[in-house]
Design a protein around this ligand. Structure first.
Ligand code: FES
Length: 259
């Protein structure tokens, strides 16, 4: 994975995509982050001490793009940054989805990317990586609470679209009504890669375990240092506590002990 950098980087675009979500693009002249890796980010004139951990959603050759929800002071400050201003970033951090591809059986089946809400962002970036390879092919499942413009806009930018795109919404306002695990037949896949809220990851892991299919999940956790030093992001696993920031954020779901 790419070497970590830190410093002030220039915002090249910042666009609102819904009432509470925005897409931030930051100039990045270093090696591209791997899909699944994240950065600690805060506004260059922020009042907060710690950057927010945000996964890369896209890399266009000159800027890293992030999809960010306004959920606190740090992210609201980021939402207000304008083109030409700076953000402070540390990254890329953590492991990536592709580290786990060798663990997916090569049985001719596609892999499934299964997201909940903004969990679609790092998986869409992974889809870009997959699209650049000859195999495996992939299907994309995206669950939302209600209809969302995010996925349409993001999938339109993929060099190769997924063979199959399944959208679910809790209220039935787009795609199939229900939760994303309702639509997922894990037995159809060589492996499942998933990102979203913990309850959703737990449900996806359970579906895969029942079907005997490998499942890899990106775990969300509170973070402080982001570099493996403070032990403030412990994830309970079958082999003891692991650091989400340094040992993850992607884990084999079989290893993770959910609360
Ligand atoms: S955030 Fe400090 S060890 Fe992970």
């Amino acid at each position: 994975m790419s070497g970590k950098q830190s410093g002030l980087y220039t915002v090249v675009a910042n666009k609102s995509i819904s009432d509470d979500t925005f897409r931030l693009a930051v100039a990045w002249e270093n090696a591209p982050p791997g899909a699944g890796q994240f950065f600690l980010i805060k506004s260059g004139r922020s009042s907060v001490i710690l950057g927010r951990p945000i996964s890369a959603a896209h890399y266009d050759g000159r800027a890293v793009h992030f999809l960010i929800m306004k959920i606190g002071t740090g992210t609201r400050e980021l939402a207000e940054t304008r083109e030409g201003e700076t953000v402070f970033m540390i990254g890329p951090l953590g492991n990536g989805w592709s580290d786990f591809l060798p663990e997916a059986p090569q049985n001719g089946k596609p892999i499934a990317l299964v997201s909940g809400g903004l969990g679609c962002a790092p998986l869409l970036y992974f889809a870009e990586e997959l699209a650049a390879r000859a195999s495996p092919s992939f299907h994309f499942y995206a669950g939302f609470s209600t209809a969302s413009p995010w996925l349409t806009g993001m999938t339109a930018s993929l060099p190769v679209p997924p063979q199959k795109l399944i959208v679910t919404t809790d209220d039935g306002s787009d795609g199939e009504k229900g939760v994303v695990t309702d639509a997922l037949d894990a037995r159809a896949y060589a492996a499942v890669f998933s990102c979203g809220a913990t309850a959703m990851l737990k449900a996806v892991a359970a579906v895969c375990a029942k079907a005997g299919i490998p499942c890899f999940i990106s775990v969300e956790n509170h973070m402080a240092c982001g570099v493996g030093a403070c032990l403030g992001c412990a994830v309970k696993t079958a082999s003891g506590n692991k650091r989400c920031c340094a040992d993850g954020p992607v884990f084999n779901a079989r290893e993770v002990i959910f609360a």
